[in-house]
Design a protein around this ligand. Structure first.
Ligand code: NAP
Length: 322
């Protein structure tokens, strides 16, 4: 019933998105099977042919007696399974990886900024592309599925211009069920968006520094820049004002590094590919540090199996949401 669980997570994401009026988030329930249902701060009853999951945010919340699997959210990405009930290992894995992102709109409302999650598929020596910009494909097919799950869970997907030019991506959800996120490009000068127009008729959002270049099918937001660099927090505030509460940053290195340097990424996902380039484009380039303690560190992190490899998922220390 993995498909039903996934559809239920999409429902939960929508429910949390519109939860604005309902005060504190204490617990949520998912019921999946022939009919999917979600509830926030309300109990759902077990039904034949359905599986029930209770997700609690409070350690003192009692384990559900209704036969539900019981999951405790611990921090921003921590999902602790306290009662497995009738969930399969694949369903548990799916919940552990994807459940946290259903709650991003909740944190966005607290911060009044979109919440950013970044993702890279990188080699063991931290390269995301060769010197010529070739990156197809670093990472396994399951990593591509993962990226599409994440696209469906986030409200925006953002890339820099060079990734647009090099990779000619579609930025749509194709490998799993779910709606396309708003496709966002950051660029100081307008570029060729043909690949995005060809893949889907939905408008894209261009964030730039010049006057509106008036490109058909492009929503444009002009933000101020310092030496051509738009501050990442200003991008996230702008997205929030546009009603985009979560954004998946799919590179490249310059774009993601700007966000990291501006302390604007909440969750980092790094998929490790068992390859070494020894040259090429590094995933992250930040100003030099002199001491280890100056490094970016994580409040919580986990290594999740993705196909035949692993993905690091970490919530950065400087992001205090809880
Ligand atoms: N392995 C992976 O997971 C993965 C994922 C994505 C990309 N890639 C690879 O990464 C390479 C491209 O990465 P890259 O680092 O060269 O470039 P990039 O990050 O894709 O694009 C950088 C450009 O985006 C614009 N930009 C980004 N942030 C900005 C900001 N805050 N303010 C203003 N402008 C901003 C600027 O464009 P302007 O020049 O217009 O100002 C900047 O020069 C490609 O080879 C691609 O294949 C790999």
């Amino acid at each position: 019933m993995l498909q039903q669980l996934w559809n239920c997570l999409l429902l939960l994401k929508q429910r949390i998105r519109v939860n604005e009026q309902e005060g504190d988030l204490r617990f949520c329930m998912l019921k999946f099977g022939a009919v999917n249902e979600v509830a926030v701060n309300e109990t759902l009853a077990k039904e034949d042919g359905h599986k029930l999951v209770k997700i609690s945010f409070a350690k003192e919340e009692p384990v559900d007696k209704n036969g539900a699997a019981f999951l405790l959210m611990d921090g921003m990405i921590g999902v602790e399974v306290q009662q497995y009930a009738d969930l399969s290992p694949a369903e548990i894995h799916h919940l552990k990886i994807y459940l946290p992102y259903c709650f991003l709109p909740h944190y966005a409302r607290q911060k009044k900024q979109a919440i950013a999650v970044s993702h890279f598929a990188q080699t063991l020596d931290g390269k995301i592309a060769t010197v010529t910009g070739d990156s197809k494909w670093i990472g396994n097919p399951e990593n591509l599925d993962h990226a599409h799950y994440m696209r469906a869970l986030c409200e925006g997907i953002l890339i820099g211009t060079r990734t647009l030019q090099n990779d000619q991506p579609s930025l749509t959800v194709r490998r799993v069920a779910g709606a396309n996120p708003k496709r966002i490009v950051v660029s100081s000068s307008s570029k060729d968006f043909t690949c995005l127009f060809n893949s889907c008729p939905e408008k894209i959002l261009l964030i730039g520094v010049t006057e509106n270049p008036q490109i058909p099918n492009v929503d444009y937001k002009q933000l101020t820049a310092n030496n051509g660099h738009i501050k990442a927090q200003n991008i996230l505030s702008c997205l929030f004002e546009q009603g985009i509460y979560s954004v998946y940053i799919e590179g490249g290195a310059i774009t993601t590094s700007h966000f990291l340097n501006d302390n604007a990424i909440a969750i980092v996902q790094l998929h490790f590919s068992p390859q070494i380039f020894g040259s090429g484009i590094s995933s992250v380039v930040l100003p030099e540090i002199k001491e280890v303690k100056q490094s970016l560190q994580f409040n919580e992190f986990t290594f999740e199996p993705i196909g035949n490899s692993y993905m690091f998922v970490g919530a950065l220390k400087q992001e205090e949401y809880l």
